[in-house]
Design a protein around this ligand. Structure first.
Ligand code: HEC
Ligand code: HEC
Length: 271
């Protein structure tokens, strides 16, 4: 029967397209810039520390004290801030702070990469503090990241990481944070944000959170249908189902048309 054949052909073509679409949307694990920037590329050499000390004296000591000991009512001690805190505050342009009492906000970094590495090394040399975490979102799971983010972060930053209000301040949107900065923020707890130890949030969990945050940054790049890619799946599915339904109706209408006009020929075909 012709209408039926047209219908089946259309169906087969659709299934083919569907399979291709799913295949094409599989995320490639080699995707883009996954680790972000910010990891120290050079070891903490005495020269680097000395260079950082110079930069510190001119740019930071007025608030944090000559040796990073802090100044009462002005700025905290940096002796246990660690490289993670220095790197986070410098790369996100939060330091040097404009004015004591201001909430440090994200902005253009005031230093170049080499200077930041030197300042990181100097602050790190002041005492024990968190090192710059190595964050690899491609090793994380979106579903796990979403769960952890919902539990520990969404209360302030909002479930879509678009920012929100925290008591006494403002929790920024996370659209610009690199994976390394996400890891640093988790370990350092800038301003009103709590800090999380490795017991509270393991390095693997940080990978997952960073991956989820990446997804909120580029929902369209994330690829749907892969198991665990929670976000785009429902939307993509609905669109596909609607398209399939529409195409099937069209295919059927065409089939009926063809079938109708050829009813005579068909009647003459030997069975
Ligand atoms: C105008 C004063 C001021 C200047 C200048 C300044 N800071 Fe700060 N800094 C602060 C204040 C106030 C805080 C506390 C803000 C907070 O809790 O987030 C802070 C916090 C920090 C922290 C986080 C400390 C922690 O324990 O997590 C780091 C790291 C830091 N500053 C590094 C620097 C460096 C490096 C420079 C120089 C490039 C600098 N700051 C210049 C006032 C200043
Ligand atoms: C109590 C509220 C609160 C919670 C909970 C919280 N944050 Fe934050 N977060 C903040 C605030 C406030 C800032 C801004 C700090 C500043 O101004 O220096 C911030 C800053 C950040 C930044 C820096 C953003 C940028 O663009 O520079 C990142 C990344 C971040 N948080 C990630 C997280 C993650 C991941 C979690 C969960 C593990 C989390 N936060 C939990 C309040 C919170």
């Amino acid at each position: 029967m012709r209408p039926r054949r047209v219908f089946l052909l259309a169906l087969a073509a659709l299934l083919g397209l569907f399979a291709i679409a799913i295949w094409a949307q599989q995320p490639t694990s080699s995707g883009a810039d996954v680790t972000g920037t910010g990891e120290l590329t050079a070891p903490r050499s005495p020269d680097l520390v000395a260079e950082g000390r110079q930069l510190y004296k001119t740019g930071c000591s007025s608030c944090h004290g000559f040796e990073g000991e802090g100044v009462e009512g002005q700025a905290p001690s940096l002796t246990h801030a660690g490289e993670a805190a220095a790197d986070f505050y410098l790369r996100t342009g939060r330091m040097p702070l404009g004015q004591v009492g201001d909430e440090p906000l994200r902005g253009e970094p005031r230093f170049g990469n080499a200077e930041i590495e030197a300042l990181d090394a100097y602050v790190g040399s002041l005492g024990d503090g968190p090192p710059i975490p190595k964050v690899d979102p491609s090793a994380g799971s979106v579903a796990e990241g979403m769960r952890l983010f919902t539990d520990s972060c969404a209360g302030c930053h909002g479930i879509g990481a678009k920012g929100g209000v925290a008591i006494g301040g403002y929790a920024p949107p996370l659209g610009e944070a690199t994976p390394t900065e996400v890891g640093e923020a988790i370990r350092v707890g800038p301003y009103l944000m709590p800090k999380f130890s490795e017991d509270a949030i393991t390095p693997e969990e940080v990978d997952s959170i960073a991956r989820y945050i990446q997804l909120t940054q580029n929902p369209e790049d994330a690829g749907g249908f892969g198991i665990g890619h929670i976000g785009p799946v429902p939307e993509g599915m609905v669109a596909w189902l609607a398209a399939i339904a529409a195409l099937l109706l069209v295919a059927r209408a065409i089939g009926e048309r063809l079938g109708g006009s050829r009813a005579d020929d068909e009647a003459e075909e030997p069975r």
